[in-house]
Design a protein. Structure first.
Length: 218
């Protein structure tokens, strides 16, 4: 049983939503907000929406697409925004650039709809994170599996999705520890490839446990 001197410290977190300075009722205003809001706001409306709708595996994947469809009735633009796969991005700058490009190009080609008022406003928000360590840590893969099995939704989300903001989208807390502390590079990459779009938080955790079980099997 391989053990490490750097244990994985399980934690949980609460999130307080803060409304930013940008609010709009038009697509042109959405473009302006995308260009000027914080990185945390981009993360909130793309990655963090997966937590708020963790039980869904269908439908539009980000708040921008949802608002464009529901409040502006612009299905074509909504589909373009929803088509962006956040797993393809290694920086929020790149993600912001593509979101802004899609909206800007649409507004340039559709000047009248770009300035029509939506049914409701879009508020650019971000989440303030308050993390608290749990009385659970792991030094071996077996202990890590046991801790993972006990995690509730907020804790799993904190380590598997929200951690991408701290780690610049490249990985998650689980993958970083498995690779950096236990040297399980292949398992770490398999964990990192678990789809956060087509899985709920529960099914994602089940897949992680299944991958660990295969690693532990003789």
């Amino acid at each position: 049983m391989k053990s490490t001197e750097q244990p994985f410290q399980f934690a949980t977190a609460s999130y307080l939503t803060r409304i930013g300075n940008h609010v709009t009722k038009t697509l042109a205003g959405l473009a302006d907000g995308l260009g000027n809001c914080s990185d945390a706001s981009i993360f909130y409306h793309t990655f963090q929406t997966l937590s708020r709708h963790h039980f869904l595996t269908e439908g539009f994947s980000n708040d921008f697409a949802q608002w464009v469809l529901a409040a502006c009735n612009r299905a074509e633009l909504a589909e373009q925004l929803a088509a962006l796969d956040i797993r393809d991005y290694l920086s929020l700058t790149e993600l912001r650039r593509d979101l802004l490009r899609i909206v800007t190009e649409y507004c340039a080609a559709n000047s009248t709809p770009a300035h029509q008022e939506a049914f409701e406003s879009f508020y650019f928000c971000e989440a303030l994170e308050v993390a608290v360590p749990l009385a659970v840590e792991a030094r071996t893969l077996e202990e890590f599996r046991a801790g993972l099995e006990r995690l509730d939704h907020p804790s799993f989300y904190y380590h598997f999705i929200a951690s991408r903001l701290r780690l610049h989208l490249r990985t998650n807390d689980f993958t970083a520890w498995l690779e950096g502390s236990l040297g399980l590079d292949a398992l770490a990459q398999q964990v990192n490839q678990v789809d956060i779009y087509t899985n709920t938080l529960d099914s994602a955790r089940e897949k992680l446990i299944s991958l660990i079980d295969k690693e532990l099997s003789p």
